[in-house]
Design a protein around this ligand. Structure first.
Ligand code: ATP
Length: 491
């Protein structure tokens, strides 16, 4: 899929009410913040439900949580975000544009590779890795200068020094400015799970291994936000922390690595779109990490991370709060003694809902040639898995009169408790079908004069465009058969 098609997906999102730029009426909107429209919110809800059902409903040892976005500021001290959650940035003095120093160098490496200068590319990659590992900001600037990297806007090499830029948004809590505490908008949902670990474990009588799952907004002041909803400043994460006995983390890491890819594949898109990317350089808290990447039109990019986080987070919270974060394990070890008290190790699975949404649209978007001769045409169709489609069925009276709308409304009244239905009576039927194709609606039902005579309707299938005559009484069972969570969750 090319950049060209990606542009079409982005405009499709706006034209069909999937995604809008936030507060666009003002100066073309707020940078890297987006709103989900009437169809986007349905697709997003369905994707979130798919994740939740798989994680919580399908695992009797995983429970949910909905922690607040605001947390005590010490949380972020313990997690390492206050001291370490930053990116190296550099400004061009002429264009006044800000860049991530490592991204400028990565772009240069890609350029060397494209031009066949593999030695130079490798050499720069090694130097970049070493500078990042040593957190050597001066060296990053030296590399930018040595490799004669210019600002893409001004074309000059008039750079500031490289500085660390913390990605957390902050605000103040409390009525009086002088007493107010600085607090942060959470940059990840995981910490809400860690601080509630014992609340959930005790109140739910959870036995290790067990997991806590949560979905919710996270905020990062990304220096460069690009590629539409790929990198946003306000986004949604779906995270699950799985608490295990120390020493078993490798085995659980492998388990979740495989289980999570399987979950992606059950969506039914081409397997070749996915790959693992093992981390060589690990974050300070991790002893193993892998990303699941998807082949976006702009290349393979991370969608989900699976991290073996050791006992880093629980231990830091225990140290800073002075509150025990231990679990008592009554199971017996190989010597017949209880494992006793310990701080559990954690495997985390963390997926960005917006990136999942974006790849679902990219993978579903098709332009197809239809018809023959004079009637040749292209149709845009979203080949969404039916269970994820914003509307499951659209009901059209052929005309606005002769009692047809009433029959159509009655069909909707029967279906609407189970399915999101779309009603439309304007325009030619062909045009109405096309609009539903563009939303990914798997079925359209047309009510015509024959429907009044013999209680039958035409059902039209999105992908094959086949139409068949069926009794009204059978609509519900046809939908039930074609649209079910079980299909996707049992794959
Ligand atoms: P990246 O390297 O792309 O910045 P990350 O490694 O910082 O991502 P994590 O902290 O592991 O990401 O967050 C888990 C998931 O949250 C990511 O896999 C991604 O899907 C999502 N995510 C992270 N940052 C953003 C963002 N700015 N916009 C949208 N989704 C994001």
């Amino acid at each position: 899929m090319s950049e060209e098609v990606f542009k079409k997906v982005v405009s499709h999102c706006k034209e069909y009410g999937f995604v809008f730029t936030s507060s666009e009426i003002y100066d073309n909107g707020l940078g890297a913040v987006y709103d989900y429209g009437q169809n986007g919110v349905e697709l997003k809800n369905n994707l979130r439900q798919y994740w939740w059902k798989f994680m919580v409903q399908m695992h009797d040892n995983i429970v949910g949580l909905d922690a607040a976005i605001f947390m005590h500021p010490k949380t972020w001290k313990a997690s390492g975000h206050i001291d370490g959650f930053s990116d190296p940035m550099i400004d061009n003095k002429d264009s006044k544009k800000r860049y991530r120093a490592d991204n400028l160098l990565e772009d240069k490496i890609a350029k060397y590779q494209k031009d066949g200068k593999t030695n130079k590319a490798d050499e720069l990659q090694n130097a970049l890795d070493a500078a990042l590992l040593a957190n050597d900001l001066a060296q990053l600037k030296t590399l930018i200068e040595q490799h004669e990297i210019a600002c893409p806007i001004s074309g000059t090499r008039n750079w500031t020094d490289v500085r660390q830029f913390n990605l957390m948004f902050s605000t103040e809590m409390g009525a009086m400015a002088e007493d107010a505490d600085k607090i942060y908008l959470r940059p990840e949902t995981a910490q809400g799970i860690f601080v509630n670990f014992l609340n959930v474990q005790k109140s739910g009588r959870m036995k290790i291994p067990f997991g806590i799952a949560q979905t919710g907004k996270a905020f990062r002041n990304e220096i460069i936000a690009r590629q539409f909803i790929m990198r946003m400043r306000e986004f949604e994460q779906m995270e699950m922390q799985f608490f295990v006995r120390p020493g078993t983390q490798k085995q659980w890491f492998e388990y979740w690595k495989e289980a999570r890819l399987k979950w992606h594949l059950a969506l039914g898109f081409d397997k070749a779109n996915y790959r693992y990317h093992d981390h060589v350089k690990l974050a300070h808290y991790a002893d193993a990490a892998v990303d699941i990447e998807f082949d976006f039109p702009f290349g393979f990019k991370e969608v989900e991370g699976i991290h073996s986080r050791t006992d880093f987070d629980l231990k830091s919270h225990q140290d800073l709060s002075g509150k025990k974060m231990q679990y008592f394990d009554a199971d017996l070890d190989e010597n017949g003694k209880p494992y006793g008290n310990y701080i559990p190790y954690v495997i985390e699975t963390s997926i960005g809902l917006d990136r999942l949404f974006l790849y679902t649209l990219c993978a579903s978007y098709n332009e197809e040639e239809v018809g023959e001769g004079d009637k040749k045409d292209t149709r845009v169709v979203l080949a969404l898995p039916p269970i994820l489609a914003p509307y499951k069925v659209a009901i059209f009276p052929l005309t606005k009169k002769d009692g047809l709308p009433e029959v159509a409304r009655k069909i909707i009244d029967d279906l609407k408790f189970d399915y999101n239905c779309f009603y439309e009576e304007k325009d030619a039927i062909g045009k109405r079908y096309r609009r539903q194709d563009a939303l990914g609606t798997p079925f359209c039902i047309t009510v015509d004069h024959e429907s009044i005579e013999n209680q039958t309707v035409t059902i039209r299938h999105r992908d094959s465009m086949l139409q068949e005559r069926i009794p009204i009484a059978e609509i519900k069972s046809i939908l039930d058969k074609a649209i079910s969570w079980k299909d996707i969750l049992s794959k």
